[in-house]
Design a binder for this molecule. Structure first.
Ligand code: ADP
Length: 281
């Protein structure tokens, strides 16, 4: 099994998942004693087939769901400007308010946190500039493409200046060109803000391109089966995708993903691991 350190091993820890277990009321063991340390400033992808508990782990990390057992420790419990959270969350769907402008959508966490004052507008402008939508603050969601809506969603997550940015498979519904652009923009936002990122994905190519570390999970029960450091310097750029190094990382990530399928009793009972692993990429 290819399995590098599950612990970043150096520097400060941004988040610690300790024995994290989640059993839903229908009996599904979505997470079974997950242990993971996330280093400050890392870009970690949680990679794995559908149903392995990636989103559940992310929601618990965000404080949006509770664990059945175990705990999450966040190094930085400092509050953002308004919402009392140091965590930003980007959902799979942009989930924008259709009746509100882009600026109002981005300001939502501040509005909910009753953050009054002139600097809210300034913060909205700052976040829209970071996602390349400075000129669209007065537009409505219906006027935007899918990629632009996702940019608004990312700007909304950035408005509280989170130390930890969590993204739940944010690019899955986008076409390839848009996805590629958003990859580079997300890396630039990561560089500018210095935040720690944890992103859920089931794409090996996406995880290799973006991450400093890939954590691979398997299902039934949801657990970590391996971890892979991507020791390629940033900025990476499109050329990285054409290198032998990229192919090597892709091969190693795919091998771990295959292993995830092979250890899943549902997949092996349903016609072979590799076929399913290919479908997940
Ligand atoms: P992933 O993000 O890797 O696709 P999820 O975290 O969404 O996985 O789900 C993990 C497992 O928990 C799956 O078997 C899923 O069906 C189950 N699950 C997720 N949410 C619920 C829920 N609210 N109630 C019952 N089972 C759930």
């Amino acid at each position: 099994m290819i399995n590098e350190e599950l612990d970043p091993g150096k520097g400060a820890i941004a988040a610690r998942l300790i024995g994290l277990t989640k059993r839903y009321s229908n009996g599904t063991l979505a997470l079974d004693r997950l242990d993971l340390n996330i280093g400050s400033g890392e870009f970690v992808s949680l990679l794995g087939p559908s149903g392995c508990g990636k989103s559940t782990a992310l929601y618990i990390l965000a404080g949006l769901a509770s664990a059945t057992a175990g705990q999450v420790e966040l190094a930085d419990r400092q509050t953002g400007p308004a919402t009392g959270t140091s965590v930003g969350f980007v959902f799979q769907e942009p989930s924008l308010m259709p009746w509100a402008t882009v600026a109002e959508n981005v300001a939502l966490p501040l509005t909910l946190g009753r953050h009054a004052g002139g600097d809210a507008a300034l913060e909205v402008r700052r976040c829209l500039a970071m996602v390349g939508l400075a000129a669209f603050s007065e537009a409505y969601p219906r006027e935007l493409s899918g990629g632009m809506k996702m940019r608004v969603s990312i700007a909304r997550a950035l408005i509280t200046r989170p130390k930890l940015l969590l993204l739940d498979e944010p690019f899955g519904a986008l076409d390839e060109i848009t996805r590629t652009r958003l990859h580079d923009d997300l890396l630039e936002i990561w560089r500018q803000t210095g935040c720690t990122i944890v992103m859920v994905t089931h794409s090996t190519t996406e995880s290799v391109y973006l991450s400093s570390r890939i954590v691979v999970m398997a299902a039934r029960p949801g657990r970590i089966i391996g971890s892979l450091e991507i020791g390629e310097p940033y900025p990476r750029g499109n050329q990285f995708r054409l290198t032998q190094g990229f192919s090597r990382y892709l091969g190693r990530a795919s091998a771990l993903l295959d292993e995830a399928f092979q250890t899943d009793p549902w997949q092996t009972n349903n016609g072979g691991a590799s076929t399913n692993a290919s479908a997940a990429r």
